[in-house]
Design a protein around this ligand. Structure first.
Ligand SMILES: CC(C)(COP(=O)(O)OP(=O)(O)OC[C@H]1O[C@@H](n2cnc3c(N)ncnc32)[C@H](O)[C@@H]1OP(=O)(O)O)[C@@H](O)C(=O)NCCC(=O)NCCS
Length: 314
């Protein structure tokens, strides 16, 4: 099968297949866990029963009729592509965005790739002395993302499939309330959806990171914490009370001057994180919280939200 054939059968642009071919080359893949072990692993990765059932139903058994040669090819080469960048911390697409409605193999191809990489990244963590408990909590962002994607009627996945390669390469560590992303001279902060982000929980997580990175990545030197987020938009101050967690989080940061980010629409990102939809018309969005009211009022007034970056010294 040549790359054009693979692309046509996958229903994706040939450039995307060519990219996988170039980046993965003939580098080593990694095997999936044994199917019999998979339910327990999915459970450790916080995958909910409905998602786990789908993943088990689409399992890439060698003889499975769901798995055509081009799907097998993409799975194998996607694992190799991500594995080749083990230890990397830059956003990385594991492969083309697939027509996921074609069935469980299509829907969860990059989940199977992630499962194959669990052993690989656990080995990387172990080499850095990272405790198993931190590894599993970090990697269990898979289950959280699958559940959110389900709530989003599967709109969320295209970003998630790239996001999760950070975890699979050892680029991100969940320490208490926050996820800490290695790279450069700043530890980049991400805030998973797991209840309110109280100042106490944030402070405790920052303290954990201050001890974690020098211990486990002694060759890396971090001088700041940074964050890029809708949460850092100062326009939120017009709407949220002074003592809200978002406002108190913002106060930690010194913002960089505003620049329109490339390829990212902050209005859409705000809908993603505060409504878990990208496409619902404004009039049909719920207004259950102060923030939801604020977002809708702001957009209805013809204004826009901003994605802001900021940092503060470690
Ligand atoms: C970041 C997050 C934990 C902050 O939540 P929080 O700690 O409750 O924040 P605040 O105390 O500032 O909340 C102020 C108000 O906004 C509401 N609110 C905050 N985040 C909300 C969200 N994502 N969706 C809907 N309402 C939200 C709160 O309920 C509260 O309103 P209320 O008093 O009417 O209940 C929360 O927004 C979240 O889980 N977001 C998803 C993940 C995310 O956005 N990560 C960053 C990606 S760049």
């Amino acid at each position: 099968m040549d790359l054009d054939d693979i692309a046509a059968r996958l229903g994706v642009p040939v450039e995307d297949v060519d990219r996988v071919h170039r980046l993965a080359g003939d580098r080593p893949s990694a095997p999936l866990p044994a199917k019999a072990d998979a339910p327990a692993i999915l459970d450790r990765l916080a995958v909910r029963p409905d998602d786990a059932a789908e993943i088990m139903a689409g399992w890439p058994d060698p003889g499975s009729p769901l798995w055509t040669p081009e799907l097998h090819w993409l799975l194998d080469r996607s694992i190799a592509l991500v594995r080749a960048d083990l230890g990397g911390h830059v956003w990385l697409s594991p492969g083309p965005e697939l027509p996921r409605e074609r069935g469980p193999a299509w829907r969860h191809l990059y989940v199977y790739a992630y499962l194959a990489l669990v052993d690989v990244v656990m080995g990387y963590h172990r080499d850095h002395g990272v405790a198993d408990a931190v590894s599993w909590v970090t990697l269990s962002d898979l289950g959280r993302n699958l559940a959110i994607d389900r709530r989003m009627h599967r709109e969320g996945w295209p970003v998630m499939q790239s996001w999760l390669t950070l975890h699979a390469r050892g680029g991100i560590y969940e320490l208490g309330r926050l996820q800490h992303h290695r790279g450069g001279t700043a530890i980049d902060l991400h805030i998973p959806e797991s209840g309110p982000m109280t100042p106490e929980a944030v402070a405790a997580s920052l303290d954990e990171a201050r001890a974690f990175f020098p211990r486990h990545f002694p060759d890396e030197r971090y001088t700041a914490f940074s964050c890029g987020s809708w949460l850092l938009d100062p326009q939120l101050l017009e709407y949220l009370p002074e003592d809200s967690n978002i406002v108190r989080f913002q106060r930690r940061f010194e913002l960089e001057p505003y620049e329109e980010p490339e390829g990212l629409d902050a209005d859409v990102e705000v809908l993603r994180f505060a409504f878990r939809t990208l496409t619902t018309p404004l009039d049909r969005l719920p207004r259950r919280t102060v923030l939801q009211h604020a977002i809708v009022d702001h957009l209805k007034a013809g204004r826009h939200w901003h994605w802001r970056r900021g940092s503060f010294p470690i």
